[in-house]
Design a protein around this ligand. Structure first.
Ligand code: GN1
Ligand code: MG
Length: 364
């Protein structure tokens, strides 16, 4: 067992004796471990990436508010098994805060939810459950008093992401702009920029609200119970005010992709309409009551925005020489960019079909 990790765990009030600490999950930002104990519960130990989340106090404040609020809602609703339906963070034994730091690294510990499953890909049936769960998550947080800050300011602001790409191109830190493929990708992305920044414009014009959203609705950020129902949504670092497009679009970016996020085989990558239909139906069953007409009309746009934004973000990181996302090999961010761009084009080709489906659903 890693002695350093064991020492970090000892700062938290944790029942039982630790018998093992091992890597967990596939996150691209934080480092995550499972802490195995001889007691009834295991735990999740996570190092918060402070290079990305600059204000950990605000971050943990958001998470404390959100988990408390959801727990309260579940209690009011008479839910059973609440400990498997909302995350529970342990206090640092000295400060009582939900994280521990030595001023150089920031760590937190939550209870590992038993008998939960995660997936990198789902069937339409499970996508429907996920849609319901994210709509419900947003509905539960709708009356959270305005206490949450933006943990990464302008996180899903497309104008900002395009500006960051422009800056990366200008700096060309690694000389990667010399590659004609990279240059061509940059040009193709900028050709679509104005159209893809429409949410930010609508927000400025007062046509689009911000709501508390999850903002990282990758399919692997949900815990499923054995019967396929959703236990809870995890990875709460980015829960903050955003457009509902964030949750709708980012789920489909991962779940409706027929290939992997970083698939080197572009023939495998495409937008799966069966997943779209099931997810959209589930989402509207819980979110339909609060969505405005502008939000609803633009859900197909959201399904294209997120592969686009992710392609821009991966390419920016590639040009910046991979300072943001964890990579497994040198061209990883370029391979990810190609796959997200292919997905974007495929989603665009289905825009009309998506709109027709939503119109029909509205009549039912
Ligand atoms: C990151 O932490 P993780 O791997 O769930 C990223 C998301 C990206 C995603 C791409 C804070 O999510 O925004 O969509 O990678 N999170 C942050 O896979 O940047
Ligand atoms: Mg994650």
């Amino acid at each position: 067992m890693d002695a350093k990790l064991e020492k970090i765990v000892s700062h938290f009030i944790l029942p039982g004796t630790v018998t093992d600490i091992r890597p967990l999950g596939n996150g691209l930002i934080n480092d995550t471990f499972r802490v195995v104990t001889d007691g009834p519960d295991d735990f999740v130990l996570q190092r918060i990436n402070q290079g990305i989340f600059r204000d950990v106090d605000l971050l943990q404040h958001n998470i404390d508010c959100v988990t408390r609020h959801i727990r309260h809602k579940l209690e009011l609703a008479g839910e059973t098994d609440i400990d498997r339906k909302v995350l529970h963070f342990l206090p640092d034994r000295e400060t009582g805060k939900s994280y521990w730091t030595d001023g150089k690294e920031w760590w937190r510990v939550s209870v590992f939810i038993r008998d939960a499953l995660t997936y990198e890909a789902v069937t339409p049936e499970y996508a429907g459950y996920a849609g319901e769960a994210f709509g419900q998550f947003e509905a539960m947080l709708a009356d959270l008093p305005d206490q949450l800050g933006e943990t990464i300011p302008d996180f899903h602001n497309m104008e900002l992401r395009a500006r960051q790409l422009r800056e990366a191109v200008a700096a060309d830190a690694a000389g990667r702009m010399a590659d004609p493929e990279v240059r061509a990708l940059v040009d193709t992305m900028f050709a679509r920029e104005a159209e893809m920044c429409k949410a930010d414009r609508m927000y400025r014009e007062g046509l689009l609200p911000k709501r508390i959203c999850h903002c990282d609705t990758k399919v692997n950020n949900m815990l499923f119970d054995r019967d396929g129902s959703i236990l809870c949504v995890i990875d709460l670092d980015t829960v903050m005010p955003s457009f509902v497009f964030s949750d709708f679009g980012d789920f489909l970016r991962t779940a409706a992709n027929t290939g992997a996020e970083d698939d080197p085989d572009l023939d495998k990558v495409g937008f799966n309409m069966d997943i779209f239909r099931a997810f959209a139906r589930g989402y509207l069953s819980t979110a339909g009551a609060f969505l405005t007409p502008v939000e609803r009309e633009n859900l197909p746009f959201a399904a294209t925005l997120f592969p686009y934004m992710q392609a821009v973000r991966f390419l920016t990181d590639y040009i910046n020489e991979d300072t943001y996302y964890k990579i497994k090999y040198p061209a990883h961010n370029l391979v990810r960019t190609r796959a997200q761009w292919k997905l974007f084009e495929s989603a665009c080709a289905h825009l009309d079909e998506m709109a027709k489906f939503l119109q029909k659903e509205a009549l039912n």
